[in-house]
Design a protein around this ligand. Sequence first.
Ligand code: MN
Length: 717
Amino acid sequence: MSAEATVEVLASELSTYLDTNRINQVRRAYYYAEQAHEGQMRKSGDRYITHPLAVAHILASLKLDHQSLMAAMLHDVIEDTGIPKDALAEQFGEDVAELVDGVSKLTQIEFRTRAEAQAENFQKMTLAMARDIRVILVKLADRLHNMRTLGPMPYEKRKRIANETLDIYAPIANRLGMHSICTELEDLGFSSLYPMRSKYISKAVAKLRGSHREIIDEIRGKLQEKLEERGLPGRIQGREKHLNSIYNKMKFKHKSFHEIMDVYAFRIITDTEDDCYRILGAVHSLYKPLPGRFKDYIAMPKANGYQSLHTTLFGMHVNIEIQIRTEEMEQIANNGIAAHWMYKNEPSDVSAVNQNRVDQWVKGLMEMRERADDSLEFIEHVKVDLFPDEIYVFTPKGRIMELPRGATPVDFAYAIHTDIGNACVACRINRNLGSLSQTLQSGQTVEIITAPGARPNPAWLSFVTTGKARSSIRHVLKNQRRAESLELGRTLLKRSLKGFGTKLSDVNEAQIQHVVRHNQVESFEDLISDIGLGNRMAYLVARQLVSDQSESGKGVTKQTELSGQEHGSMTIRGTEGLLVKFAKCCKPIPGDPVVGVMDSGKGLVIHSDTCPRLPDDSESRANLTQLKWAKDIDGEFSVELRVELERQRGVIAELANAVAMADGNIERINVEEQNARLGVVSLVVHVQGRRHLARVMRRVRNIKAVTHINRVRNRGS
Ligand code: MN
């Protein structure tokens, strides 16, 4: 049959539940895909278009909406023909384009299947990546058709696809309650992986079926009679065991083939829930029920929505398994979530109605939480997966990490190990350098770059989302702050004591305890830490230590008090941690005369000594901490320059080049005001110190167009 003929077969199938307009849209998607795949062949030698068409057929049998069917037609177009998503959106609307894009993304993930042990996470990742559950339904139908036509593939590829199907797609179908697709995927996967075993089992099943026929017919007849006798509606089906499940029972439950097969299984499908219980009563009066084998999944549905009564009877010298359910329960048992998507001719917005149905389904699952014991895990997955709160990303070795939505590379680093998080300095995302603060997406590969001695940045707290990252960062910062405040506090206190002509080691323990009590702190360390944090002034504590020593504090003159705070300068290296900061207003650099201001709770802020933000009365100035730069600083400091220049083509590039030639790094470049002839550019440049700055400024001044350059020293913060 030609493809054109089968698209008409499909159309007539669709006419049972879709209107002409929608069927025509599906047709249009078909012709578009046919053209896009023109010249492409499947391994079997068929034209490629036969595949999407078959996928659409599978979805039509589930009575899915026209958008799913269009997406089925187009599902390989982005991946295989390079037509962009935008083009599809223009032709078929955003919804369909989104569906196709979602399916393509799942297809790409397949190529990266690396660790078989993580099947569970792969299932979750797959679900998390599909914003719309229909993406999964199209993907499952795609996989089902590929499994049905796996024959011509080379063995290795067949094996990979079969494994992936058993590990990921069949369980997803099962989670979604799509029993028919699940069992077919399992059986196809099983027979591709183990062709010999599968052949053996199916032969044995066929043989047994012959010898069992008589007894099956007899039981069926008895059941039928009983229903008629009681006036109960119901059709009776014999149930076949699936190859894969027979094999698994033999392998994992160590049952013999005959043990498994000596069970005669029937299903009775009836009209109402009430009838189900009445039929149960009827069959129990026919044969003796086996104790402990009755299950009421109507009152307590399974997690994936499955409802039915199960009982096992003993009669005719064999065990008889019976399932009893309504027509609707049967639909849900076979098609699961898809049954809720089944198209019904609703006048209102179809996708909203369908989404609503899915919501109902999920809500139903939630309500089951209390009642079903084995459902908890599944419900959690449904919550997470169908309305994804989580993302799944790869480590460079292919391990999958589960993170909450919005997680960043820093969260990822802490999820791997606290030490990795604490030492991380940069990251690669899909092999490219990325930002530590960017939001990760499912399917990305994330690699963390660490540096020995690196420490968490307080700014990380503004973007991390996981509790683990947050508490680890806080913990490290707290310890670091404590260590630094002790160090800074001790330095400041020693300096002040020196001004009083004494040393910390000369102060006796009794005096220290006295001062500790006087200040109502727990320990001397806390007192020192308070000095470092800027909560107490070093010279006041020093004076207490000294004056208590000399009884009443006589002999300590105003003069010595002042010298107590001014004696000697503290050395600044530029690499101090959390408690030493450079003022944003005057941006001091090495070489500038600087002073420190103790800021309550925040430590020491370093200003240039000409900063207009510093107090100018002499008493307040006396409270400043005298500082000097260490000789061998090799850090980078930012400084702001204001450049006036004549506007001409390429002058900004020339400016940037001049800075670079002088080994300066530009942090920011801003064209501030401009008229036709003149411009003012604000530059923030990283330099090592004043001499380096002078070099940079000289380079810039040498540019012809530059008329004036100066350093900005008193910008408001
Ligand atoms: Mn496909």
